[in-house]
Design a protein around this ligand. Structure first.
Ligand code: G3P
Length: 327
């Protein structure tokens, strides 16, 4: 009786050891995977070197309709990074679009009747329906930055570019890969939509298949999305967007998110904040800064970059000796 018991206890012990080894191996694997992803993720903004970084906000949106190919192509040679916004539409396609409601920047209100649609929310439209919209006429008609009034020639040229389509993220990633243009993809908060949980995984899939994973930083006001990015794609850089107030214990909080950058609204950004975060090796990119004097002040404080609607101001060539690499 004793022998079989010993055998059984030995078997249980061996099984336990195997399980423990398996667990340790798994832990090592996960840790290695995270660490392997971290350095590249955290050095994302190093590529821009010592020069202040001007980031085109939704493309060159003061002169072209935001988040369209005309606004993106106009950035070439004018800035070193483009920011754009993404949302899922009804069939799960990731569209490049800012508002949940389609009306401000497209002719959806006019087209909805023809298409038999009642809702004007992008998540209620299929991609083939969205492809029929014009995302350019509103800009020519409303001239939101008063730039077209200053330059009728440009206005006439824009008219020849109509209609302008709402692009998919896949299309913009392919375009950016050809032009080696780094992108900040802002994942809009879709918690009001039933499609919400899918968006992070779909964006990650597209970034990976485009070959742009080292050229894209994903940002969001929804920090749960950033946690999900960290979990599912630790090799892709992330940045925390924040407006109105800072989270408590900001630096540990950002560390817990695993982001390489903080993107605060300009009204909550001061010199002390910039110094602390830069000393911690975090990049700081401030939105949306259109006033050149404010831009200069922020850059003098040592921010990594600024988001702006205007690309006329040239990137300044230097700004003292402070290292500007950062995570
Ligand atoms: O990503 C920076 C800035 O674009 C965030 O604000 O409203 O333009 O998405 P918003």
């Amino acid at each position: 009786m004793l022998a079989p018991l010993r055998c059984r206890s030995e078997t249980i012990a061996a099984e336990g050891t195997r399980k423990r080894r398996g667990f340790v191996f798994w832990q090592l694997f996960v840790t290695t995977a995270i660490l392997a992803g971290s350095p590249r993720n955290h050095r994302f903004f190093d590529r821009f070197g010592a020069q202040p970084l001007i980031i085109a906000h939704r493309g060159y949106r003061s002169w072209y309709p935001e988040n369209t190919f005309s606004a993106f192509t106009a950035c070439l040679g004018r800035c070193r990074m483009i920011e754009l916004d993404v949302r899922l539409c009804r069939d799960g396609t990731v569209m490049v679009f800012h508002d949940r409601n389609l009306t401000r920047t497209s002719n959806a209100a006019m087209m909805a009747w023809d298409l038999g649609l009642v809702s004007l929310n992008i998540d209620d439209w299929r991609s083939d329906q969205i492809r029929r919209l014009d995302a350019g006429s509103w800009f020519v008609e409303t001239d939101p930055f008063r730039t077209l009034a200053r330059c009728p020639v440009h206005r006439n040229r824009l008219v020849t570019l109509l209609p302008q389509r709402i692009p998919t993220l896949q299309e913009v990633l392919s375009w950016a890969a050809v032009h080696c243009m780094p992108l900040n993809v802002e994942i809009k908060d879709m918690k009001a939509s039933s499609l919400g949980p899918q968006i992070v995984k779909e964006v990650i899939r597209l970034v990976r298949t485009s070959g742009m994973r080292g050229m894209v930083v994903l940002s969001s006001f929804n920090h749960d999305y950033l946690r999900a990015c960290r979990q599912h794609a630790p090799e892709i850089a992330t940045a925390a967007l924040q407006q109105r107030y800072h989270p408590e214990d900001l630096v540990p909080y950002l560390r817990s998110l695993g982001v390489c950058a903080y993107h605060p609204e300009k009204s909550i950004t001061d010199q002390a904040l910039v110094s602390i975060l830069r000393a911690e090796g975090l990049a700081v990119n401030v939105f949306t800064v259109n006033d050149p004097t404010r831009q200069s002040r922020l850059l003098d404080w040592g921010v990594t970059g600024v988001f702006t609607d205007f690309l006329e101001q040239k990137e300044r060539s230097s700004r003292g000796t402070e290292p500007r690499g950062g995570r």
